[in-house]
Design a protein around this ligand. Structure first.
Ligand code: ATP
Ligand code: MN
Length: 464
């Protein structure tokens, strides 16, 4: 295995007859009398490399005989110019080792196109398809690009906890973490749980957001971000919600809502540009097979200014459009995804940042405006998906924050440390959360969020 070449590098090498060895999984085999062909993929790129097996070579012909779709092989040969249309080079095999055979007709991935629903049922094999291989590479590329983006701008990467005692969003979509044997709790009457005997001595949950902890570090280190898994017991079965997803959350001191919008816009544009430049082959695949015009629309997003409007303006624009919606539009109600899509697809034809939402539909920590009824929240909306980023300028005024916590009936004592950040050296600060999978959906055109994460967790489904 030492001098094995990845398929990606082999395909870029000159056809100079060099000896090479590749290893991978057989995507297709075409057996002929005089020559047989193997298409081999090793995940390093979308393309397969073709190996030709000379039927006149008895030993080779015998070795290729039991090889079929799905098998793993190691092929040695010389890299030569390919007479075929689809590739510049191919391997003229001189040696072939069948590492792991595959009963070809039982292999769940046949040459025909499989539905994404079917592929979800074989999530252990779906990375061997073109689509899921491309998604895995794009996720990998964007993950690194995110760290690079923040690193180059002096942001500190903070590891916020996964287990937490606070509900950052106050939305009540929490998964509880406990070592109590719940099945031993009496089922008849509702039992009084003695949390003193639970692992943490109090109720604990999987985090829905790293924001509150990120604020602690932002008010010491100036600018930070977290990038980790978050969990929401979303009971909605939509194509945009997972129970476990990854979120990127920058938090910046001495920054107001405008700086926050600038950061979000630059962030998305830099990521899109990098993706188009560095994942060309995979992006061309998504453009051709998943969403026509994808690359062109991403390019134009990366090059034009995002529209910025207030919630009040959004409500007016939707009302004046005369369009009819399933959910009514009126000031004070949250925008539904149909409204978000209409704004981005029909009215503004591109990304829109909506700010200054009614305080009653947003979280307690958002900075209150002087009008007494709106807060400095911002959502970034994009065509096809609606919300992709949610963020805000945070309330840095101790009295205002305290009053809001009391007004909402939240436990003041639960937020004692959060309030102290406002008591000692408070500072205007802002941040946002980008749903990693929503962004991958946006960049690939994939319709269902279950297909852009390796192992989706949704209501009733935690297989694999
Ligand atoms: P939505 O209204 O779409 O449910 P939200 O208002 O609950 O979103 P935030 O709490 O602002 O979202 O979270 C920040 C970002 O995290 C969202 O903009 C979105 O990209 C992503 N996100 C939120 N919930 C989910 C989920 N269940 N699955 C995947 N991504 C999510
Ligand atoms: Mn939600």
């Amino acid at each position: 295995m030492q001098d094995r070449v990845r398929v990606r590098d082999a395909l870029r090498a000159p056809a100079d007859g060099r000896r090479i060895t590749v290893a991978g999984w057989v995507r297709t085999k075409r057996a002929g009398k005089s020559v047989s062909f193997l298409e081999i993929n090793d995940g390093s790129c979308l393309s397969n490399i073709q190996a030709t097996i000379d039927g006149a070579d008895r030993e080779l012909a015998a070795a290729v005989e039991p090889v079929s779709t799905g098998a793993s092989v190691v092929v040695t040969g010389t890299l030569v110019e390919s007479p075929g249309q689809n590739q510049a080079v191919e391997i003229a095999a001189t040696g072939l080792v069948l590492v792991g055979p595959s009963p070809g007709d039982e292999y769940p991935l046949q040459k025909k196109r499989h539905s994404f629903e079917y592929l979800r049922e074989i999530a252990h094999l779906r990375p061997r398809t073109n689509t899921f291989g491309a998604i895995a590479r794009v996720r990998n590329h964007i993950s690194f690009a995110i760290h690079r983006f923040f690193n180059e701008r002096g942001f500190l990467y903070v590891h916020t906890p996964i287990i937490t005692a606070s509900d950052a969003e106050g939305a009540g979509e929490l998964f509880q973490v406990t070592t109590l044997e719940l099945e031993k709790l009496p089922g008849s009457s509702s039992p009084q749980v003695d949390y003193g005997r639970d692992f943490f001595g109090r109720p604990a949950f999987l985090t829905v957001s790293g924001q509150l902890n990120a604020e602690i570090y932002a008010t010491a280190m100036d600018r930070v971000y977290t990038f980790g898994p978050t969990f929401r017991a979303e009971n909605s079965n939509t194509t945009r919600h997972l129970a476990e997803f990854w979120m990127i959350e920058p938090e910046v001191s001495f920054c107001d809502i405008h700086g926050n919008m600038d950061l979000a816009e630059e962030f998305l544009k830099v990521l899109i540009r990098g993706l188009l430049a560095e994942c060309e082959e995979d992006m061309a695949f998504f453009d051709q097979r998943i969403e026509k015009g994808l690359v062109e629309s991403l390019r134009s997003v990366a090059e034009s200014d995002f529209n910025r409007i207030t919630y009040t303006e959004a409500v007016e624009a939707l009302t004046n459009s005369g369009a009819s919606f399933e959910y009514p539009v009126s000031w004070g109600r949250d925008l539904q995804s149909e409204h978000e899509k209409f704004l981005t697809e029909e009215i503004y034809r591109g990304p829109v940042i909506v700010t200054d939402y009614p305080r009653d539909i947003k979280a307690f920590y958002m900075k209150q405006n002087d009008d007494g009824r709106t807060v400095r929240g911002m959502d970034v909306l994009v065509p096809r998906l609606g919300e992709i980023i949610g963020g805000s300028q945070r309330e840095e005024n101790l009295d205002a924050l305290e009053a809001r916590i009391v007004e909402l009936g939240l436990e003041r004592d639960d937020y004692w440390w959060y309030l102290e950040l406002r008591r000692f050296g408070t500072v205007p600060h802002s941040g946002f959360g980008l749903g990693f999978e929503r962004f991958i959906q946006y960049c690939t055109g994939m319709q269902n969020i279950r297909d852009v994460i390796p192992f989706p967790r949704t209501p009733g489904n935690a297989a694999f």
